[in-house]
Write a protein that binds this ligand. Sequence first.
Ligand code: 3PG
Ligand code: MG
Length: 399
Amino acid sequence: MSIRNLDDLLAEGVSGRRVLVRADLNVPLDKQTGEITDDGRIRAVLPTLSALVQAGAKVVVCSHLGRPKGAPDPQFSLRPVAGRLGELLGTTVHFAEDTVGESARSTVDGLADGQVALLENLRFNKGETSKDDAERGAFADQLAAFGDAYVDDAFGAVHRKHASVYDVPARLPHVAGRLVLREVEVLSKLTGNPDRPYVVVLGGSKVSDKLAVIEALLPTVDRLLIGGGMCFTFLKAQGHEVGSSLLEEEMVETCRNLMEREPGKIMLPVDVVAAVAFAPDAAHDTVPADGIPSHQVGLDIGPETVAGFAAALSQAKTIFWNGPMGVFEMAAFANGTRGVAEAITKADAFSVVGGGDSAAAVRVLGLDESAFGHISTGGGASLEYLEGKTLPGIAALEN
Ligand code: 3PG
Ligand code: MG
């Protein structure tokens, strides 16, 4: 792979140059208070930003947050992120109140060497996510005007064909940041020649979201452990009733075919924690996976399942985990996710946690992050990488 990286740019010298950095600062915010509930993605981009600050660059950071619809929407403002980023970097982060307008221009123009600016949410502009090449290109022109060079450190967004990810690098000298480089190095180990047994744990709510990655992984992995909301569609395919648990009727046949294709490879829960309602304080009980009462909803995998999954994981030499095993945000239904996460840390294996919810689960459950080989910042991006898809943001850096 012929991607230039941050060291190449630093070797050229960046002092006094404006470096536009695409970061993925799409962090979860508390719905009530608007506070950042997990700053993992901000911390993940610090190595790149610190290196540029130290080298005397004028650092212009841009990112999306949430999914605003192409116009300013205060609940998706990056302003709180600017504050947190400044604390972590130990320097003021100058916040521009728009992305490519008057405020952005004067903020960027006002930067001294070694100073940092953060532009307002990229997705406040239609051009960022437009499917129309010309519309995206016009927005990319405006963004590119803020940089003399471009660094992509937004691993979580490399699967998006968006202006800041795909079109800007065509307009500026471009390199991969430290985070993107590390993510690609790690994930390429999984798609290359992983040490075996290679065990994958998948959770999350929908089979349909994970179908492509299951199809891609099934022939290459030694074991595929399935928990989370999506296990119920598989259980149904095995002929079990699942009560009021999450079920994708239209996927049952697909799940049956997947299990028949590689008999014995897919491991499903043998017991589940079923509750009378989807609520933190709902009465609940552990029941066999083939005996979920008709009006109950499965909200976690049970202890026997955790033990079985842990046994499979203890044999593994390579592990990839994406998706929680249950509703871990509710303490009563967090044991499955915690148990599997702990089993992963205990295994003598190279382990990768893929993205979004599972990465957040590691931190929210207070697990030791350093006990995992790598915690990816990309949910969709890491899955699409494992599917073998071309990622627009990576392809753009290769050119
Ligand atoms: C993510 O959170 O998965 C990334 O930031 C990408 O966000 P998106 O799915 O809204 O494009
Ligand atoms: Mg996503």
